[in-house]
Write a protein that binds this ligand. Structure first.
Ligand SMILES: NC(=O)C1=CN([C@@H]2O[C@H](COP(=O)(O)OP(=O)(O)OC[C@H]3O[C@@H](n4cnc5c(N)ncnc54)[C@H](O)[C@@H]3O)[C@@H](O)[C@H]2O)C=CC1
Ligand SMILES: CC(=O)[C@H](N)C(=O)O
Length: 364
């Protein structure tokens, strides 16, 4: 069992309870910098969050293990170190980033480091540093060393003035969170660097991402992961959004595939550089009903908190027709596939944990 999963038991609260620090984390230096000439060498920043380890696994199968370097400022679990190169990289330290890009002959940069919407509202100065100053470093680095750069954006880059159902690719963007403001800034700066300096910048606006083996980092959409864990543990989920709050969501396999596809797409196919991508939209009530079909004893109660205001300003349904038209984006997971995949993956995990803890008790 990947130990990252164990982090997920703490659920969305992890991010609130665990402040980000700039302390040096322990790290393993990359043993081999020999690149196969056919494959790009990829650096993933903020790689120990919800999306990074899955992306590394996927890219390593295509490009080779040593060609994909995970980086972060937090301490990696043992299995992260066993699965491929990991390196300490603080995106606020430009010199260190330069050294990494040069020493490891990086070609592609996937920039995941960020404070998400809810965590960002709890620490605006840090969100400005990580999400805005960090982005400036990454953008300049990509320009200097001619890197292909991916920076994810989000449904959170829209605000209450945007059309919410559906939200088109090009429309009013007046987000009301520092997270959203920083992502609009990233979109605009990336597009500017692309036009002005020829930087190969690519960005996708992701919906809320749902995964079973990695833990969400403190966003507004995290309930849609936590409900699955609660269904298979306590049987009771407390939801911080109203039952009828509709938001766009996506299973992680679709998210990572969309990222790989846009990075591989020929430039000529990209009529723009920032695309909406979508898969499904649902409310807590609809997700609860779908999970309950698999876990009939599941109960839900609603205790709305500050994240409701954020959710109320975000798109309900995302129009991703431009991604579908330009480079052939297609999602594979709707709500039914999502629920079946999450439950089928989590049942054996919790079963193994139960068996292990019973064995431990019997042994005492
Ligand atoms: N997970 C989701 O639902 C969505 C994610 N995205 C975007 O995708 C990217 C990745 O998201 P997640 O993996 O979910 O985020 P996450 O919050 O799980 O991980 C972010 C990582 O950034 C790292 N980080 C923080 N400060 C740093 C610094 N100074 N230097 C280097 N790393 C630092 C953290 O240690 C953490 O591991 C983010 O940019 C996020 O905005 C966009 C839309 C949806
Ligand atoms: C949709 C996102 O960008 C993220 N999951 C969040 O809720 O902040």
């Amino acid at each position: 069992m990947r130990s990252l999963f164990l982090r997920s038991l703490a659920g969305p609260q992890r991010a609130f309870a665990q402040p980000y620090t700039f302390q040096k984390a322990s790290f393993q230096t990359v043993s081999s910098v020999h690149s196969s000439d056919e494959h790009p060498r990829v650096l993933i920043t903020g790689g120990l969050g919800q999306l990074g380890t899955g992306l590394a696994r996927q890219l390593r199968t295509t490009f080779g293990t040593d060609n994909v370097i995970l980086s972060d400022i937090i301490r990696p679990d043992r299995d992260i170190l066993n699965n491929g190169p990991f390196i300490f990289a603080d995106i606020l330290d430009f010199k260190n980033l330069q050294e990494i890009v040069v020493s490891h002959r990086i070609d592609w940069l996937v920039h995941f480091s960020a404070l998400l919407s809810a965590v960002g509202e709890n620490n605006v100065p840090l969100a400005i540093r990580v999400n805005i100053e960090g982005l400036h470093n990454v953008m300049e680095l990509a320009k200097q060393y001619h890197l292909k750069l991916f920076v994810p954006s989000t449904i959170g880059a829209f605000g209450p003035e945007s059309p919410r159902n559906p939200t088109p690719n090009l429309t009013i963007q007046r987000p009301k969170t520092i997270y959203g403001v920083s992502k609009v800034h990233a979109e605009l700066l990336g597009e500017y660097y692309q036009k002005r300096f020829g930087l190969d910048f690519r960005s996708l606006r992701f919906p809320g991402i749902i995964s079973y083996d990695s833990n969400p980092g403190g966003g507004t959409t995290d309930y849609a992961v936590q409900i699955f864990h609660d269904a298979l543990t306590s049987g009771k989920h407390t939801c911080y959004l109203n039952p009828d709050t509709r938001l766009p969501m996506m299973y992680i396999d679709d998210c990572l595939r969309s990222l790989t596809e846009i990075m591989m797409a020929p430039k000529e196919k990209l009529s723009i550089r920032t695309y909406n991508v979508a898969a499904m939209s649902f409310t807590p009530n609809e997700l609860f009903a779908a999970v309950k079909k698999r876990v009939p004893h599941l109960e839900i109660e609603y205790k709305v908190d500050g994240r409701q205001k954020i959710a109320d300003s975000w798109p309900q349904v995302f129009d991703d027709s431009q991604a579908r038209g330009d480079w052939g984006w297609e999602h594979k997971f709707g709500i039914q596939e999502l629920v079946d995949t999450m439950i089928d993956a989590l049942i054996p995990i919790y079963e193994n944990q139960r068996v292990a803890s019973e064995a431990k008790i019997n042994h005492q």
